[in-house]
Ligand binder design. Structure first.
Ligand code: DGL
Length: 282
């Protein structure tokens, strides 16, 4: 048993898709969330930058004494998941649990993957699926405009703007006859209705945030590290830019008012002082 919080991070709003599921399946756990809203998007950046940001995000969560780190970010999970290997607490990214869920869902062996440019460039989902069964055919598409749409709150399925963008990205995958589509960036489930409308009702959408939350629960259970709290857990949110826009979108998406639990953190200043402290300790 471990009553410390679960740490979750993403470049912005996307990781809330994992938080929503965590709150649903483990309502007594405390959660600390970091959304790097001051530096979003990650998915168009270089590998070096993504590695640097991810290391700082993890260090920040570790400073909150978390018992587990979830990289609720397809981009970090694809490019920088090795960072988790050296941690003294359990770590998971989104790629493996999501690839497995997609493999179990496909009926015709044709799986589509959408993600950020960095994620698709890494081929991470393709490798994870092929490691399970290399007879499955994988079709990939990066969708770089989806994250800015979500971060600017354009996720209303009645809005023609996200529909137009989604149609452009998804038509080639639809033409390939995929029956399962991995939403390989955790921001994308916020566009779920739009994506489903375009792909059609028979295509199964796999939500990377949701799958990862279930996987995290199993990991904690295996390690006997679930909490024994009987009252509802608390969720604290930290963002590296204005709290206002995040609070509004998070409250809407999580269907609870989180405004009082959202705090600003200067992640660059934190990273600098953390680096100085680590240096003076060694
Ligand atoms: N939500 C993230 C992902 O899953 C990050 C997107 C971005 O910042 O570009 O890839």
């Amino acid at each position: 048993m471990d009553n410390r919080p679960i740490g979750v991070f993403d470049s912005g709003l996307g990781g809330l898709t994992a938080v929503r599921e965590l709150l649903h399946i483990m309502p007594n756990e405390n959660v600390v969330y970091f959304g790097d809203t001051g530096r979003v998007p990650y998915g168009t950046r270089s590998r070096e930058t993504i590695l640097k940001y991810a290391a700082q995000d993890i260090a920040f969560l570790r400073s909150k004494n978390v018992k587990m780190v979830i990289a609720a970010c397809g981009t970090v999970s694809s490019v920088a998941s090795s960072l988790g290997e050296s941690l003294p607490v359990p770590f998971t990214g989104v790629v493996r649990p999501t690839a497995l869920a997609a493999y179990l869902a496909t009926r015709n062996g044709r799986i589509g993957v959408i993600g950020t440019t960095a994620t698709i460039r890494s081929g991470s989902y393709r490798s994870a699926i092929c490691a399970i069964n290399d007879n499955v055919q994988v079709f990939e598409q990066d969708c770089p405009l989806f994250v800015p749409l979500v971060e600017n709150h354009y996720f209303d399925p009645a809005d023609p703007l996200p529909c137009l963008v989604a149609e452009r990205y998804l038509t080639p995958l639809k033409e390939q006859g995929v029956d399962t589509l991995i939403l390989g960036c955790t921001h994308y489930p916020l566009l779920r209705k739009t994506i489903q409308q375009i792909m059609g009702p028979d295509v199964v959408l796999i939500d990377s945030g949701q799958e990862t939350a279930s996987f995290a629960m199993e990991l904690l259970r295996e390690q006997n590290a679930l909490c024994d709290r009987t009252e509802s857990g608390r969720c604290s949110f930290f963002v590296s830019d204005s709290t206002e826009g995040f609070s509004k979108a998070a409250s809407m998406f999580l269907e609870r008012d989180v405004a009082d639990d959202v705090n600003y953190i200067d992640i660059v200043a934190f990273a600098e002082s953390h680096a100085n402290q680590t240096e003076s300790e060694s």
